[in-house]
Design a protein around this ligand. Structure first.
Ligand code: GLU
Length: 416
């Protein structure tokens, strides 16, 4: 993300714009502009060479009026408090929009996991979990994977927390391996959700799936699964990229083969059956659907003018700045906002949590069916409101979400 873009200012700007449209009471606006709780921890870790390094970690709860706070934990060199605050706020809107009984939270550790061994990452994760243990729990705040974290990290957090409590507490985190309370279909869930809403958008615009071309920025958990599921559904995935660069083949790429290449070489770059392109070039390709699935702030006032697609599906959180949003809207590009487009992950996290707190397993078939049902209904609700109120899809999604949070806050009232 560019140094000039502060994700928290971006999140506040998006919120304030919609707060005006909704005529929210001032006290609700004042509360929602700030997170409810911010924790900063400095965690010492013994590195493999015997030296001790101290890492900074965060856990921010934005709001829990509608239920326990929910959101992932990110490991990245650029993690900082403002980024975590923005991501926590976006989680509040996301859970409210898809109407699952959670609030919003986010965590992160400033580190470069690519330069650390598995053992170092495990020690870091456990010590971070220990440091925030008093502030998380199945009915308090429930972490999950995010950028550069996955089911292994969740198993370590679940184990550390359970050790401290003296009993197994699988519901403290979601995105766990299935052998310790994880749910089938969680790993692919965000990518599957992205493709479900892309398909619904194509239906609305009358674009046949077999003719639709797709470019995906990011080949991590979200980007890879989006590519795979889109490919299997009949879309033509023509470009993908990762932090090292991108690849393009107008005749289509096979995501499974690209993943094999990435596994052996560390990147999608150099894949034989494609031409090399940069991440910037990928965003400006002439395709039907663009899926930014990496980090925030990649579509800005600087490049929005050069984006010529029909649909943008935001797999990442916060990929489009408010200025860029306006430009894309004027160009007639349909932007499916992050809080809808990537909600598949937290929706299936909710199923996992229900599975854990009721000690009742769910089948993959049930997960996929319920995921589709919730996402399609949220998608239709957003499109309907955007037409009624003549606002873009992000504003419509925010209106629905903020209204739900505000109703909960009004019902509970301000105590004391
Ligand atoms: N990190 C994911 C997100 O940004 C998933 C969060 C969760 O499952 O709690 O939506």
């Amino acid at each position: 993300m560019s140094d000039l873009i502060n994700p928290y200012s971006m999140a506040i700007e998006q919120f304030e714009r919609v707060a005006k449209l909704l005529d929210l009471p001032n006290w609700i606006i004042e509360i929602l502009k700030k997170p409810k709780r911010e924790i900063i921890v400095h965690v010492p870790v013994v590195m493999d060479n015997g030296e001790v390094r101290v890492f900074t970690g965060y856990r921010v709860v934005h709001n829990d009026a509608r239920g326990p706070a929910k959101g992932g934990i990110r490991y990245h060199p650029n993690v900082n408090l403002d980024e975590v605050r923005a991501l926590a706020m976006w989680m509040t809107w996301k859970t409210a929009l898809v109407n699952i009984p959670f609030g919003g939270a986010k965590g992160g550790i400033k580190c470069n996991p690519k330069e650390m061994s598995d053992a170092e990452i495990e020690r870091l994760t456990r010590r971070y979990a220990y440091a925030i243990a008093d502030f998380i729990g199945p009915d308090v705040d429930i972490p999950a994977p995010d950028v550069y974290t996955d089911s292994r990290h969740m198993a370590w957090i679940m184990d550390t927390y359970s050790m401290l409590k003296g009993r197994p507490v699988p519901g403290v985190v979601t995105g766990k391996p299935t052998c310790v309370g994880g749910i089938p279909g969680r790993k692919e869930a965000t990518g599957r959700g992205v493709v479900i809403v892309a398909r619904e958008a194509c239906r609305r615009l009358g674009i046949p799936i077999s003719k639709a071309t797709v470019a995906i920025q990011g080949f991590g958990n979200v980007g890879y699964h989006a590519a795979l599921i889109a490919h299997d559904m009949g879309f033509r995935v023509v470009a993908v990229s990762d932090s090292k660069g991108g690849i393009y083949n107008p005749n289509g790429l096979n995501p499974r083969k690209v993943m094999e290449h990435k596994k052996t070489t560390g990147s999608v770059v150099g894949f034989k059956e494609a031409k090399s392109i940069s991440n910037e070039e990928l965003l400006e390709l002439n395709v039907d659907i663009l899926i930014p699935a990496a980090v925030e702030g990649v579509i800005t006032a600087r490049n929005a003018d050069r984006i010529n697609v029909k649909i943008i599906v935001e797999g990442a959180n916060g990929p489009t700045t408010p200025e860029a949003d306006q430009i894309l809207y004027e160009k007639g590009i349909m932007v499916i906002p992050d809080i809808l487009a990537n909600a598949g992950g937290v929706i299936v996290s909710y199923f996992e949590w229900v599975q854990n707190i009721t000690w009742t397993p769910w089948s993959l078939e049930k997960v996929r069916r319920e995921l589709e049902r919730i996402l399609i209904s949220a998608f239709n609700e957003v499109v309907k409101l955007s037409k009624e109120r003549e606002v873009n899809l992000r504003e419509a999604a925010y209106m629905i979400a903020i209204n739900r949070v505000s109703e909960a806050m009004k019902a509970r009232g301000l105590w004391p």
